[in-house]
Design a protein around this ligand. Structure first.
Ligand code: AMP
Ligand code: MG
Length: 492
C-alpha cells in the first residue's frame, strides 16, 4: 500500500468480466524513475509530492498496488494490416483503474507491466526505447494541440527483455479518459455478443460524449450517433496528423481510439524531408500505412467499426450515410488546417490547388517539412519590412525557379488577408519543434547510459513547441545524415 490516495471511480472497470479480467501487474525489479511529467501531474490535480514518493514509484512500476486500485486487462480484437486478426487484447497494458481528476475521469494504464491473459506469445513487457518514445510523443502531440492519450511517467529497471537483442525493460504510465478501441466493438460483434456491443455503446456515450447522452435516443439511434461522433473525431484527427506531418505507422483497428485520440505510439514518425509516400514502420513492406494513405485507412477502419455496430444499427443504408460524411469532413477540415498554416484568413476556390502544387514541389525536393512551415511563418511576419524575407524559404528548395513561381502566387493570395495578423497566427500553428526521430534516438541513447536529462528537457520543449526556446536551437534544425538510417519496426 502507498501513501498516495486517489479518488477511484470505476466506469469501464465496472462493466464486468466480459470486458476485462482482473490481472495484477508483475513487479518490475529495482525500479527507478526515467521520466516524470510534472505538467500533467498538475493538470490532473495530483499531489505535488507524487514524484518524490517512493511508494508511487513502486506503484508506477507495477511493484505495489495503489490503495483502491483494481488492475485489469481488457479484451479486444481487430484488423491488422487489413486482415482480421481475431482476439488480441491488452497483452501488456494493465489498467490500474479510473480516477476522478481535474481533467475528469481518467484511466491510468501501465504499459509493459507484465503478462496478462491476452499476452499470447508476448512477454507482457515494453523496452526502454519504446517507452521513452511513447512518453515523449504523447506529450509532443498534446503540445501541438492534437488529441492524444497522455503519459504521466516512465519507470525503468535493470531487468532485461529480449527483442532483436537484450534490452532494458520499462513501464510507461498512460492516462486517458478511455482506452476503448474500434477493436473492442469488433471483438464482441465477432463472437456474436451483441448485448456487450450495446453495453459498450452506452458506456462510451454516457461517460465520454455528454452532448449525445443528454438526448433521448433508442439503441439504434445511439449507435448511429456514436458512429457519427467517432467519424467526426477521426476525420479531425487525420486532418491534424496530415497537417503536422505525423505518420502513425500501425493504423490497425485495435490501435484506433473510439474517442478519436492518437493511441498506441509504436513506429510513428514526424516527417523530416517531405515524402508523401513515406513509410515509417520498417515492418510495413507494402506501405499500407504510408503517410499519404492515412486518411483513407482511417475511413477503412471506420467501416470496420460500422460493421461491428450493424447488429444494433440494423439498417445498412443509415450507417453508410454516416460513413459517407467522412468524404467531405476530412478534406474540408484538412483544407481548413492548411489554410491556417498558410496564414490565409479567408477561403478562395484555388486554395486547394495552391496547397497541392506546394506539396508536389516539396515532394520533388524532399524539403524539410517542419522547417519549411516555420521559415514561411517568419517570412510572412517580416515581409512588410524586408524584401528578402522569403529567401530562407527559397533556400530549402533545389528547383528554385519553380519555388519562386509558387511564392509569387502565394504573395498574391496573401494580399486579400491581414498580413500582420497572418504571420503571428502562423507562428502559433507551425511548430518550431516536433519529435523528430533523431531527437528521440539521441534521448534514448543517453537514457541507455543512465542519463535521463535529455528526455526531461526534450519533454519541456515539446510541451511548448511554438515557443522559440533559443537554448535548444539545434533541436529545430535539419535531421543529421544518420537519421535516415534509423529503422523503427513494430518491435517494442
Ligand atoms: P501493438 O502492435 O503494440 O499495437 O500490439 C498488438 C497486440 O500485441 C496487442 O494486443 C498488444 O497487447 C500485443 N503485444 C505487443 N507486444 C506485446 C508483448 N511484448 N507482450 C504481450 N503482448 C504484446
Ligand atoms: Mg496496440
Amino acid at each position: 500500500m502507498t501513501n498516495i490516495t486517489l479518488d477511484w471511480q470505476p466506469k469501464f472497470g465496472n462493466l464486468g468480466e466480459t470486458f476485462a479480467t482482473v490481472c495484477p501487474p508483475t513487479p518490475l525489479p529495482d525500479p527507478i524513475w526515467v521520466a516524470q511529467n510534472e505538467a500533467l501531474r498538475d493538470e490532473l490535480g495530483l499531489h505535488k509530492q507524487l514524484f518524490t514518493d517512493e511508494s508511487f514509484l513502486l506503484a508506477m512500476a507495477g511493484s505495489t498496488l495503489l490503495d483502491g486500485s483494481k488492475p485489469k486487462a481488457s479484451v479486444y480484437s481487430g484488423h491488422q494490416f487489413g486482415v482480421w486478426a481475431g482476439q488480441l487484447g491488452d497483452g501488456r497494458a494493465i489498467s490500474l483503474g479510473e480516477i476522478h481528476t481535474r481533467l475528469g475521469i481518467q484511466d491510468i494504464q501501465l504499459k509493459g507491466a507484465g503478462p496478462t491473459p491476452y499476452s499470447r506469445r508476448g512477454d507482457g513487457r515494453a523496452v526502454l526505447r519504446s517507452s521513452i518514445r511513447e512518453f515523449l510523443c504523447s506529450e509532443a502531440m498534446f503540445g501541438l494541440g492534437i488529441p492524444t492519450t497522455r503519459a504521466l511517467c516512465v519507470t525503468g529497471s535493470p531487468a532485461k527483455v529480449y527483442r532483436e537483442e537484450l534490452e532494458s525493460a520499462a513501464v510507461v504510465a498512460r492516462v486517458s479518459p478511455s482506452f476503448v478501441r474500434f477493436g473492442h466493438f469488433e471483438h464482441f460483434a465477432s463472437i456474436g455478443n451483441i448485448d456487450a456491443v450495446r453495453l459498450l455503446v452506452h458506456h462510451v456515450v454516457n461517460e465520454h460524449m455528454p452532448s449525445l447522452a443528454d438526448q433521448t435516443l433508442d439503441d439504434k439511434q445511439l449507435a448511429l450517433a456514436l458512429l457519427n461522433e467517432t467519424t467526426h473525431r477521426t476525420a479531425s484527427l487525420m486532418a491534424h496528423w496530415q497537417a503536422v506531418g505525423f505518420c502513425h505507422g500501425v493504423m490497425n483497428t485495435d490501435n484506433m481510439s473510439i474517442l478519436g485520440l492518437t493511441l498506441d505510439y509504436g513506429p510513428f514518425q514526424f516527417l523530416d524531408g517531405f515524402n508523401a509516400n513515406h513509410i515509417c514502420n520498417h515492418s510495413d513492406g507494402q506501405g499500407r500505412y504510408a503517410y499519404a494513405k492515412q486518411p483513407q485507412i482511417a475511413y477503412w477502419n471506420l467501416f470496420c467499426l460500422a460493421q461491428a455496430l450493424m447488429p444494433i444499427i440494423q439498417e445498412q443504408e443509415l450507417a453508410l450515410q454516416v460513413l459517407e460524411t467522412y468524404k467531405s469532413l476530412y478534406p474540408n477540415t484538412y483544407d481548413m488546417r492548411m489554410r491556417t498554416k498558410l496564414g490565409l484568413t479567408d477561403t478562395q476556390a484555388n486554395d486547394r490547388a495552391l496547397v497541392q502544387d506546394l506539396f508536389s514541389l516539396m515532394d520533388k525536393d524532399r524539403v524539410d517539412y517542419p522547417l519549411f512551415w516555420r521559415r514561411l511563418s517568419h517570412a510572412v511576419c517580416e515581409s512588410s519590412k524586408n524584401a528578402h524575407a522569403f529567401d530562407p524559404v527559397r533556400d530549402l528548395f533545389i528547383h528554385r525557379d519553380d519555388m519562386d513561381a509558387w511564392l509569387k502566387r502565394y504573395a498574391l493570395r496573401l494580399e486579400t488577408c491581414d498580413k500582420n495578423r497572418a504571420g503571428a497566427d502562423m507562428l502559433r500553428v507551425n511548430p518550431k519543434f516536433v519529435l523528430r526521430n533523431h531527437l528521440g534516438e539521441l534521448a534514448i541513447r543517453q537514457a541507455k547510459t543512465g542519463d535521463y536529462s535529455m528526455v526531461q528537457s526534450l519533454l519541456q520543449v515539446l510541451q511548448t513547441p511554438f515557443d522559440e526556446h533559443p537554448m535548444h536551437e539545434a533541436w529545430a534544425g535539419l535531421a543529421p545524415e544518420w537519421a535516415s538510417g534509423i529503422e523503427i519496426s513494430c518491435s517494442s
